[in-house]
Design a protein around this ligand. Structure first.
Ligand code: G3P
Length: 217
């Protein structure tokens, strides 16, 4: 499973990238707001760090304006994936932009039917939002499972990009289901390294090592 980082924080992206943990980046208007930076400028900087797809989201709501915004965003760098919402207008924009050879990430997906439409419109990525479904007491991971079955049934090449990931558990479950990509905030990716038995075991090893009186360096 590829790891995308769901942030517009360049320092956090750089840190994870140096560890080989970043296959791509996703941003959205809320993350741009959080960064406090200009969308074109920050997206360009992210694209200079990351080789893989960097999603930049349109904010227009009608298809023609989405297409125009998408073309402008795609002009930032070769590795831009234009992010459009899963509305009828977004699907139209997806079809036009993919026909032009651009990567498109269809976002705000909350149902298997929406994912089916995005694949028919040629989306490069479909972004089902796990956490926001969980927030409503609907199993977000079940949606990832359903989309996996549907895409595999018909050989759709659209990649399932599990989004709105809130916990390390979401990451391993998405990987078990076979999501192609998961996008998570930096703190969730870091939380994947944590285990209380690791901490406990390390504390014991260090205590015993101290007693040997030895040094490695
Ligand atoms: O980038 C979209 C998505 O990952 C948003 O996550 O936590 O705001 O639901 P969240």
């Amino acid at each position: 499973m590829k790891f995308f980082v769901d942030t517009a924080d360049v320092d956090a992206i750089r840190e994870l990238h140096d560890l080989g943990m970043v296959d791509g980046v996703t941003t959205n208007p809320s993350l741009i707001l959080k960064s406090g930076r200009d969308i074109l400028e920050v997206t360009k900087e992210i694209c200079s760090i990351v080789e893989g797809p960097v999603s930049a989201e349109v904010v227009a709501v009608d298809a023609d304006a989405m297409i125009a915004e998408g073309r402008k965003l795609a002009g930032i760098a070769e590795n831009i994936a234009v992010k459009v919402p899963l509305t009828w207008a977004g699907l139209k924009a997806c079809k036009v932009l993919t026909d032009e050879g651009r990567m498109v990430n269809v976002t705000l997906c909350f149902s298997a039917n929406q994912a089916l439409l995005a694949a028919k419109a040629g989306a490069t990525f479909i972004s089902p939002f796990i956490g926001r479904l969980d927030d409503m007491n609907i199993d977000g991971l079940e949606l990832i499972s359903d989309i996996r079955i549907i895409y595999d049934n018909y050989g759709f090449e659209t990649q399932i990009l599990a989004a709105s990931i809130r916990s390390a558990n979401h990451m391993s479950e998405a990987a078990k289901i076979g999501a192609d990509v998961a996008t998570a905030p930096p703190n969730v990716i870091k939380a994947m390294a944590g285990h209380p038995l690791t901490d406990k075991g390390l504390a014991q090893f260090l205590k015993d090592w101290e007693k040997t009186g030895q040094k490695i360096l």
